[in-house]
Design a protein. Sequence first.
Length: 390
Amino acid sequence: MINGIKPLDRSLRWGMVGGGGTSQIGYIHRSAALRDNTFTLVAGAFDIDAARGRAFGESLGVAGERCYPDYQTLFRQEAERADGIEAVSIATPNNTHFAICKAALESGLHAVCEKPLCFTTAEAKELAALSKQRNKIIGVTYGYSGHQLIQQARSMIAEGLLGDIRIVNMSFSHGFHNEAVELDNPSTRWRVDPKFVGPSYVLGDLATHPLFLAETMLPELKIKRLMCSRQSFVKTRAPLEDNAFVLMEYNNGAVGSLWCSAVNCGSMHGQKIRVIGSKASLEWWDEQPNQLRYEIQGEPVRILERGMGYLAPRALEEDRIGGGHPEGLFEAWSNLYRRFAVAMDATDRGDKTLLADFWYPDVDAGVAGVQWVERCVESADAGAIWVDFE
Ligand code: NAD
């Protein structure tokens, strides 16, 4: 159980690039990083508009001289201070991730980077190599992977309760962009512009989330090949898709499907994962994250509730309040940031024993997401053909 006691005897000095006052995702980064006192926010280049970024940073309590106009100045000037930042989170539009993440590692910082990590597998592998070479981690914020019931599913599958895994059915399909809402919304506008998001919209923005939930629940399952069909129902978004279907074949003979969409009218979020084995199935839905459906063939459905003593130790480890009370996205993110801090500290101390069996969405998760999107686009643009994953 997490009760507020710090998992480390110190708090990492932390900065942010992006995530400013008008951003969608900045607040949850801060809320998650600061909740368990594992990070202290001391610096940032919070906004593309330097003056707005400085005013925002100061409103958070960051000293004015440590609210920098851009990430290059942030990294350079912080490196010159004895009390400079040790880690940085990158919460800017997608086209900037590669350069900022690379600069962070080169400045000797650990990084938490938004997804997608970058646009091409070659770039992602370059970041992975640099992270290894500099001995600094990259954490990727696949938020719900930190939810206890995702860890519960991982434990149950590893225990063999589902039997042989046959089918993984995933979706992330909301309806918020069924019309060209980007005309009035700057935060959506860049999401449908290849200059900012590279080769895809919903495949990178949405699909990589349930894809990583599957990787978390089923670490042994590896994609062999995939086929993707993508559509732009709001025509001005072409060539970027606002809807896509992906079929996958895995190394063990299992098959998977993933539907991602921003035009699924009426759906709030629709992030679901159903894992089907030869004996039983598990299903989790982000709109009811505290319940995990466990369906054994021929028996009544069981609903496993978060925080209950019958769950696996792994799922109880990060319980913050006990069963009956809901925990959701903010707690899942806090669990991830807590893990990022532990991994950063262990890396700095060279604690290989701890790191050998310590899970968090790491740089390999970032690489896999980028490679998956790249393959999907390749398949779709060649007329929805099967393409090898590797
Ligand atoms: P946004 O457009 O709402 O905000 C972007 C922020 O970055 C703004 O504060 C902007 O001023 C700042 N910014 C832009 N360029 C900058 C630069 N060069 N230097 C410093 N600051 C800069 O975007 P958002 O919705 O918050 O998304 C940001 C990132 O987070 C994207 O990569 C997106 O894919 C990701 N995201 C992830 C999740 C998740 O669940 N993990 C959810 C939403 C968004």
